[in-house]
Write a protein that binds this ligand. Sequence first.
Ligand SMILES: Cc1cc2nc3c(=O)[nH]c(=O)nc-3n(C[C@H](O)[C@H](O)[C@H](O)COP(=O)(O)OP(=O)(O)OC[C@H]3O[C@@H](n4cnc5c(N)ncnc54)[C@H](O)[C@@H]3O)c2cc1C
Length: 390
Amino acid sequence: MVDFSLTDEQLRWRSRAREFAAKHILPRTDLDTHGHFPRDLYEQAFREGFVTAAIPKEYGGGGKSLFDLVLAAEEFAYGDLGVATSTFLMLLATRAILGFGTDEQKERFIRPLTKELRFASHAWSEPEGSSNMLGRPATTTARPVDGGFVLNGTKSTISNATVASIYSVFARVDPGPPGLTCFVVPRDAKGVEATNPYRKMGQRAGDTGQVVFKDVFVPAGDQIGKIGQGAQIGLRSLRPSRVGVAAMSVGVARRARDLAKLFGHSRLIGDGNPLIQQQDFRFRLAEIETDIEMVRALTWRACWEVSSGPEATKFSSAAKLAGGNMASRVTNGVVEMLGASGYLESGLAEKLVRDSKVLQIYEGTGAIQKMLIADTVGRLGSLRSELGAK
Ligand SMILES: Cc1cc2nc3c(=O)[nH]c(=O)nc-3n(C[C@H](O)[C@H](O)[C@H](O)COP(=O)(O)OP(=O)(O)OC[C@H]3O[C@@H](n4cnc5c(N)ncnc54)[C@H](O)[C@@H]3O)c2cc1C
């Protein structure tokens, strides 16, 4: 029998994340503000071990498993999606170095992230498009020179761009073989310019910006993995992180569900009874609950697949796809369930709709997740012989 019960340690960790959200995130009314990065909140999250939870203990981090991170990310996203994204981005942003870097690189780049509040970024996307970076030559280039490379190009819509101390940058070595290569670039390197955060539709407490590299010298020792290995590094890094996005989808949907529950109990309908007793309202809540549980189950399965199973890509993409769609559907539905108050800025429901939309976009749109899933299910393998077909 598969066991879904949590250990005492997992329960304690999830309670800590839930308490953090209740005490430090939920009361904040300033989080949905353009251009405002609540650094004090991230300082607190750093002190309590959430920002560095994904970093192994040997480099000074929390050494939490992907499943632990998923538990905490759901709770933070219940509080605010922008805060959850910026807090747990370390999972994605350090993956290239931790998975493919040398011991010396890990010591040099990862350990400082655990000494004080610092951020790291995963700089893949470009203004010309991110989904097809494997199909078209990347416009960010690394020119080989004595002792290293000179980087030129622009990376756009990068989470934590303007607050990060290091970037994992994916660039094309030119002249060189086709494909991408990964480099670590400090934000304070000469020629790096991180522009002001974008004004976004939602998740405004999370920083998203553009990074321009203009004749930036990168020492050869800051190349991660081999030349041409960048695509593999980038895609491997996204697998666990997409599971985190799925968990955040559950958190956002749970918050919307709770708004609907509260409203249903307080609003009276024509017969004087609360709305919560009306069948249509109850059935909508039942569907939301089913949606939430379905995606959470898929997310937990994806954790196992990414950590030790054979179908990491399929499950991480499926959880991300299902999660983003579910959060968008649920938050939109809740706006309608709340009537006019769902539509007003003074309520929270419209913010949740705006926040949730990004769950269908970042770390690959639905189309990209479907392509990845289809690649695995479309293979014929032994199907013909199993079905006795010719
Ligand atoms: C808030 C936010 C934070 C982000 N953080 C990061 C970050 O930290 N690091 C990072 O590198 N990027 C980040 N991104 C970028 C994000 O990953 C991309 O926006 C996303 O992957 C979509 O890529 P794109 O915007 O370049 O659109 P494109 O790749 O140009 O795609 C445009 C449209 O075309 C569709 N499309 C593209 N190719 C195909 C195809 N082959 N078949 C069918 N349809 C296709 C897409 O589904 C989409 O609808 C962030 C974006 C946002 C909004």
